[in-house]
Design a protein around this ligand. Structure first.
Ligand SMILES: [Zn+2]
Length: 467
């Protein structure tokens, strides 16, 4: 009798606690996680929980949090690293189909890439390349990327489908290209694209003037003005090469590319400058004061022997700076995780100081730093309540990851992109246990492989050697 009564009261209590907790029913919970929040205090929960409802993070904390919620989907990650999704601040995603062509050709951009693109860039090429690159990024833990290329409306369709987040910049350049006969047509194309995507929840349309020296002053000023009117980003290759430096010095009375952009009124918070290798202290000051973002593409810059950007100095001085891979003809991978190692080691070498670039700084540049560079730090870049649920899970049981005494060191010096287990964007799981859930990966790979026949034929016909 008393047992029955206590069972009854337990049942009633259960009923009440169920109704009291009804408000705490959520969509997704990640449990048993080593959570790197990347918040201001860089809080780490060794045995942590991340709670997601809809597309937002509603709670982050230790294991006790798991008792307070009932989730439709629970990912028990068994001690794996849970961290903010990586943000790739600079790429040309569609160029995956050209990857490994003519890697070490001198003056490659002008002698090889521009001619190749004039023959092969099309809506199909852009779509096929973007689909492949998107899969590579999601599988490598990149949840947001910033792109500069042609037919960006095609890239947008692929981003929409896979479920990633992206800033997509439509190229403006002074010579004829696949989707515009001149810079003015490029601006028109960009304006149409901006109109089409300005209200998309995950896609931010943008202008992408190729570089200062491949556009006129008038074009750069027009874009700066339009970007402020429409409140959209402007992405540009800036202070990247000596060729650019010479052309701009000729045009602007010996000014550096950064000084020149400042002098024409084009340096502002909407601008994201990729590379920024050839910058001095005065340039860094201008960059900092303008509030612009910087994309640091270490592997592309050292592969092309263009130099090492003073990115660490910019970071230490409070410039908005994040990591990027550059395009797959330059990098050659699109996964930021494969940059970590090089970013850490090269800055140490250049500064002749093994403590110069601690792993925590590298991870910060790939998450919050990158979010700041893209002016998105109030939405992404850390695991905090109210932020969008862009989250990745990194395997700590892979042979190359055992043991993890320091998660930042493990990520920077031991991890590779294949260690990413799950990728979540906007609260939705896009990859689970390395399986893509929103797109058909096999079909995407097949289509890309088929397109390489077209590339091979064109390259051979043009007399260029496939290396
Ligand atoms: Zn680039």
């Amino acid at each position: 009798m008393s047992i029955k009564r206590s069972l009854l009261s337990a049942a009633i209590a259960g009923l009440f606690s169920f109704s009291a907790n009804a408000a705490d029913k959520v969509d997704l919970m990640i449990t048993d996680a080593m959570v790197l929040t990347m918040n201001q205090d860089k809080t780490v929960y060794q045995n942590g929980t991340v709670v997601v409802d809809g597309n937002k993070i509603v709670a982050v904390g230790d294991d006790s949090l798991a008792q307070k919620y009932t989730a439709r989907q629970v990912l028990d990650v068994d001690g794996d690293i849970v961290m903010p999704g990586l943000i790739n601040t600079h790429t040309h995603v569609s160029m995956t189909v050209f990857r490994s062509l003519a890697d070490d050709v001198p003056d490659r951009l002008h002698r090889y890439i521009f001619p190749l693109e004039s023959k092969l860039v099309s809506r199909d090429m852009v779509r096929i390349g973007a689909n492949l690159g998107n899969v590579e990024m999601v599988k490598g833990g990149v949840t947001t990327y910033a792109d500069m290329y042609y037919f960006e409306d095609e890239v947008a369709k692929t981003v929409d489908k896979i479920g990633m987040r992206a800033i997509l910049g439509e190229t403006v350049i002074k010579f004829p290209v696949a989707d515009a006969a001149n810079a003015d047509e490029g601006i028109k194309y960009a304006l149409n694209f901006i109109e089409q995507y300005k209200d998309h929840p995950r896609i931010t349309p943008a202008f992408a003037p190729h570089a200062p020296y491949t556009n006129t002053t008038e074009t750069l000023q027009k874009i700066a003005k339009l970007s402020l009117e429409h409140d959209v980003p402007v992405m540009i290759h800036l202070a990247e090469s000596h060729r650019e430096e010479e052309k701009i010095a000729e045009r602007a009375d010996g000014m550096s590319p950064v000084q020149y952009m400042h002098s024409i009124g084009a340096l502002n918070k909407n601008l994201v400058g990729a590379h920024m290798i050839l910058v001095d202290d005065q340039d860094i000051q201008l960059v900092k004061e303008s509030g612009m973002g910087v994309a640091h593409n270490m592997s592309a810059n050292i592969k092309s022997a263009k130099g090492v950007s003073p990115a660490l100095k910019m970071y230490d001085e409070g410039v908005r700076i994040g990591l990027g891979t550059d395009g797959p003809m330059s990098g050659n991978t699109l996964s930021t995780i494969d940059e970590f190692n090089q970013v850490a080691k090269v800055h140490k070498l250049v500064n002749k100081d093994r403590a110069a670039m601690p792993p925590l700084k590298v991870i910060d540049m790939a998450t919050m730093g990158a979010a700041k560079a893209l002016q998105m730090e109030d939405k992404i870049g850390s695991l905090e309540v109210g932020k969008l649920a862009d989250i990745i899970v990194v395997d700590t049981k892979a042979p190359n990851m055992i043991p993890v005494y320091n998660p930042y060191s493990a990520l920077v010096y031991s991890a590779n992109s294949a260690n990413v287990r799950h990728s979540i964007v906007d609260g939705k799981v896009l990859m689970k246990d390395r399986n893509m859930l929103t797109v058909d990966e096999a079909a995407i790979r097949q289509e890309a492989l088929e397109f390489t026949d077209v590339v091979r034929k064109t390259v051979v016909e043009s007399g260029e050697v496939v290396q």
